[in-house]
Design a binder for this molecule. Structure first.
Ligand SMILES: O=C(O)Cc1cc(O)ccc1O
Ligand SMILES: [Fe+2]
Length: 443
């Protein structure tokens, strides 16, 4: 949408006023006895008050009415959203899903929240530790409905269809190949312009951060200034028919009614905001000599656990780049990992599996479950001439990698009917190339 303004920088202390109300932010204090323009002051906390300064997150919202003016929350159907991880028996097999089905708007009208389906996850919304992976498939905009997640942060990866997201902080347009993060407690409403599909990584009780760069230095990977946060925008809109605030709390959905739009924040300041990032801005670093670098080199954002170096979840991408490694099998190596790997494809093909893994689908390789390139990929890349070549041109695959051992939901295993039962066949024809008479070639 033309004309949307953004503030740039990851986790900055921002200040933003809707240009219609200059001076909406109080000067020199947060809680004046009377706020400019007769606004209410409301703090949104994203960390405990007492967190160390680098981890302390909060924003001050100056709004026409405070959020507390609402009718009581009452339970609402939760559709295919869940945080129950024992719906089906544990299954360590490699799993792959065909593109998730987007409902036809001629048959049913489904908006972003109604279109959320939990695929897998682990942990507990009450002890604030764990993750959930959802897919959304929808075809209609949210009208006088907004969503608010008390359980955690949403990292949203649109795969098809742009999302115009109105938040309490302002509006963001998020297209496929961009991602956005809406952190816990931030109200938002999603407009779509057609059939839409994407992935959501939800993290309970932690926030996404930029990974440390170590010896890479001060620049590279996702640079802080490429993260964009919306600029203040408000509407002073009475909704006599009722505005519905949907709250996800302890995994369940609740709704409450109010007679005004929640997007009534005229100005705000703080460092706890929604933000978006274009994946094309990722500065790719990789092997320029030999061997295959671990995919952590492609980490965009990480939600750290308290164990050093161990993520609750990393968001990793496989962007277009040059492949130049000499005397190297360049695709991903065969491996078993102490982390869970969920992969999705935004567009194009994934380098380890040219066929079968399709945009809008997904795969799950659970903790210590073997996986790697399919037979075709192996045969091709062990015989090809190694020249500098563009890898993953026009494609974008990604991975949610987690230290949690995830359970798949009943929806993921059965109801969605998208599980590709033939997945393991892609490795069936791998044959032995072992030659006991092989000897190192003389130099
Ligand atoms: O399994 C996958 O395809 C993801 C992956 C890619 C890679 O280059 C190295 C390790 C890894 O898990
Ligand atoms: Fe892997």
């Amino acid at each position: 949408m033309a004309g949307l303004k953004y503030l740039s920088g990851f986790g900055n202390e921002f200040s933003s006023e809707d240009p219609r109300c200059p001076g909406a932010l109080p000067e020199g204090q947060n809680n004046p006895q009377v706020c400019p323009y007769g606004l209410y002051a409301e703090q949104l906390s994203g960390s405990a008050f007492t967190c160390p300064r680098p981890a302390n997150k909060r924003s001050w919202l100056y709004r026409i009415l405070p959020s507390v003016k609402h009718k009581p929350f009452s339970p609402a159907p939760r559709g295919h959203l869940t945080d129950t991880w024992d719906q089906v028996k544990p299954d360590p097999n490699q799993m792959r899903w065909l593109p998730f089905t987007i409902p036809a708007s001629s048959e049913t009208q489904v908006d972003f929240v109604a279109g959320l389906h939990t695929l897998c996850g682990a942990g507990d919304t009450r002890t604030r530790s764990g993750i959930a992976i959802h897919v959304y498939t929808c075809n209609t905009s949210m009208v006088d409905r907004c969503f608010n997640n008390s359980d955690g942060d949403f990292l949203i990866v649109p795969q098809q269809g742009e999302l115009l997201i109105t938040t309490e902080f302002g509006k963001m347009l998020v297209e496929p190949n961009e991602i956005c993060v809406i952190q816990a407690g931030m109200r938002f409403s999603v407009d779509v312009s057609g059939p839409s599909r994407g992935y959501v990584l939800e993290v309970y009780g932690a926030h996404f951060e930029l990974p440390d760069l170590g010896p890479i230095g001060a620049n590279g990977l996702a640079n802080p200034r490429d993260f964009l946060c919306p600029a203040a925008w408000y509407e002073d809109r009475e909704v006599s028919t009722g505005y519905t605030v949907i709250n996800k709390y302890q995994g369940a959905l609740f709704t409450s009614q109010q007679d005004y739009s929640p997007f009534n924040v005229v100005g705000w300041h703080g460092n706890y905001t929604p933000y978006k990032y274009h994946l094309e801005n990722f500065m790719v670093i990789n092997s320029v000599a030999f061997d295959h670098a671990d995919p952590s080199i492609f980490t965009v954002l990480t939600a750290r656990s308290t164990r050093p170096g161990v993520a609750i979840a990393d968001f990793v991408i496989f962007p277009p780049r040059w492949g130049v490694a000499d005397r190297t099998f360049r695709p991903p190596y065969y491996h078993r990992n102490c982390m869970s790997e969920f992969m999705g494809l935004i567009k194009g093909h994934y380098e380890a599996k040219a066929e079968g893994f399709q945009p809008g689908g997904g795969s799950l390789h659970s903790i210590m479950t073997p996986h790697g390139p399919d037979t075709d990929c192996f045969e091709k890349n062990t015989t090809s001439t190694l020249e500098p070549e563009r890898v993953a041109e026009g494609t974008m695959a990604f991975m949610f990698e987690s230290s949690f051992s995830m359970a798949v939901t009943k929806w993921g295993l059965e109801t969605c009917q998208r599980l590709d039962k033939s997945y393991s066949q892609c490795w069936e024809n791998l044959r032995s190339h072992f030659n006991p008479n092989w000897r190192p070639s003389k130099q």
